[in-house]
Design a protein around this ligand. Structure first.
Ligand code: FAD
Length: 456
């Protein structure tokens, strides 16, 4: 009998334990289910759908090169898999573990009717593999990271199978074009293709290109004006490469990759947290934040829109928000600055910002997005103090963001390195660029007052 291979955020053929096991058992029917029902409000956002479209096309062509193909179906994962199994006479499903709460619910539902075999490979180590001395899950990143390091390197990744046994008859498949995953918003996402090549081949090429640079990562990663980070996040989110593959390649680069590998461990850390707190994306991990006096979004709508459009009058924030809109990605340092500005200077609930990121990031990831937003807000399990309020203008100078601002805020391109971070202070603001929507000191004081009121 054929076996089903259920693809989710693991759109690759190499180091794919579910595929390797399925291919050893018999004819394989690879299935991708577009399931917006199980995740409900966490259904994929627009930028992710753009990525998914291209990644599925790439996966299908790699499968075809191996005598197989990708069956596309739409609906609730458990119902769809049960239907495909019935049509094809399969009773077993192989898949990788995923830790988003909706995936865990879907797995339970699938396991009610089919023999579901789940494999590791989404993370460096499965959640729970490392525990504190008292046997509980780690809540703080640094000791977690140290414990993970002791188990590294991960298991050596295995190559893609050369051929995948095909069933005698293929079940029906939807056509990818009919799914209309590409956004139909005019002028949006058109430029994504300039920056990105979704799919396993693009992901591996990205890893290879980064290996020469990994030695410079410890300093380069903080400078938004240069391409100093790997830009692997969407590839890792969609599982087009495994973290184990990235780990081994980085270690073999001949450079000291320690700092980079620690960032990869942040990804494991975030996924461990959503296992412990499945509502991490929608609820404060620290309950005192439930009493925070965030501004009502109806009153703050103008400010929220200015943030989304990159028109706050803070060049570094605006550059980041426009990079996000244009490319589906934002530099990590700038994500921190832009998120902090929304939460603290504008006193807008982190969940609104996280939702915007969810819709616009090609790497939108439930664990990484929720854990990082709550880290910035101070409401997370392991978090920055709310009272440590980043000064956007100082950050912009410190991390040398002048060229980054010139690229993304062309109205300011003619300003000097001195003036560009804070045009108002240098009397250099062109008319086309907005004045600051709130002063730094005013925003800071309002945020601190709200925090102290919450603590009372
Ligand atoms: P590199 O610096 O090259 O790091 C390599 C990989 O390590 C990344 O691809 C990513 O998988 C992982 N990683 C790095 N930093 C982090 C981190 N802080 N937390 C978790 N994993 C990390 N990352 C996402 O993948 N999806 C998100 O939705 C997301 N939302 C974020 C929201 C905010 C407010 C902030 C501050 C950060 C967010 N991040 C998110 C984390 C980080 O900004 C991105 O992973 C990183 O910028 C991706 O670029 P890169 O691949 O070049 O990273």
């Amino acid at each position: 009998d054929p076996v089903l291979l259920w693809f989710r955020q693991d759109l690759r053929l190499s180091d794919q334990a579910a595929l390797a096991t399925a291919a050893a058992e018999g004819p394989v029917i690879p299935v991708y289910v577009l399931d917006d029902e199980t995740p409900r409000r966490w259904a994929m956002g627009g930028a992710s759908r753009w990525w998914l479209h291209h990644s599925l096309a790439a996966l299908d062509s790699s499968l075809r090169a191996r005598g197989s193909r990708l069956i596309l179906r739409r609906g609730k994962s458990a119902d769809v898999l049960a239907a495909v199994a019935k049509e094809s006479g399969a009773s077993r499903v192989h898949a990788l573990h995923h830790y988003e709460p909706w995936w865990r619910n879907a797995e339970k539902a699938v396991a009610k009717t089919l023999d579901l075999c789940l494999h590791d490979g989404t993370l460096l180590l499965p959640p729970g593999a490392v525990r504190t001395g008292s046997g509980s899950a780690y809540r703080i990143y640094t000791p977690f990271s140290r414990a993970v390091m002791e188990h590294m390197p991960p298991v050596e990744p295995h190559p893609a199978p050369r051929a995948i046994p095909a069933p005698s008859r293929w079940p029906e498949s939807d056509s990818l074009a009919d799914w209309a995953l590409l956004p139909d918003l005019p002028n949006w996402a058109e430029a994504f293709a300039k920056d990105w090549t979704p799919g396993e081949e693009g992901a591996q090429a990205n890893v290879a290109a980064f290996l020469d640079e990994v030695g410079d990562y410890p300093t380069a990663r903080n400078l938004p004006s240069i391409e100093g980070t790997s830009r692997l996040s969407p590839h890792l989110h969609f599982g087009e490469v495994s973290p184990a593959y990235v780990w081994h390649r980085a270690c073999a680069s001949g450079h000291d990759a320690t700092i980079f590998l620690k960032e990869l461990i942040w990804r494991d850390y975030a996924h461990t947290q959503i296992c412990n707190f499945p509502t991490y994306g929608s609820a404060n991990a620290r309950a005192d934040f439930d009493n925070m006096g965030w501004r009502d979004l109806r009153e703050a709508k103008g400010d929220f829109d200015a943030w989304k459009k990159g028109r706050t009058g803070y060049p570094i924030v605006d550059a980041g928000m426009r990079q996000l809109w244009t490319t589906g990605w934002m530099h990590n340092r700038v994500r921190m600055i832009a998120a902090s500005f929304l939460i603290k200077h504008l006193l807008i609930d982190w969940r609104h910002g996280a939702q915007w990121f969810w819709d616009t990031l090609v790497d939108a990831d439930y664990a990484n997005n929720s854990v990082n937003w709550q880290w910035v807000a101070g409401s997370g399990v392991d978090a920055n103090l709310f009272t440590r309020i980043l000064a956007p203008l100082t950050q912009s100078e410190k991390f040398d963001a002048a060229d980054y601002i010139r690229q993304w805020v062309p109205e300011l391109a003619g300003l000097s390195d001195d003036a560009i971070h804070d045009p108002d202070a240098h009397d250099a603001r062109p008319d086309a660029y907005p004045a600051k929507i709130i002063g730094h000191r005013e925003g800071r004081e309002r945020a601190l007052a709200a925090y102290h009121a919450m603590k009372r």
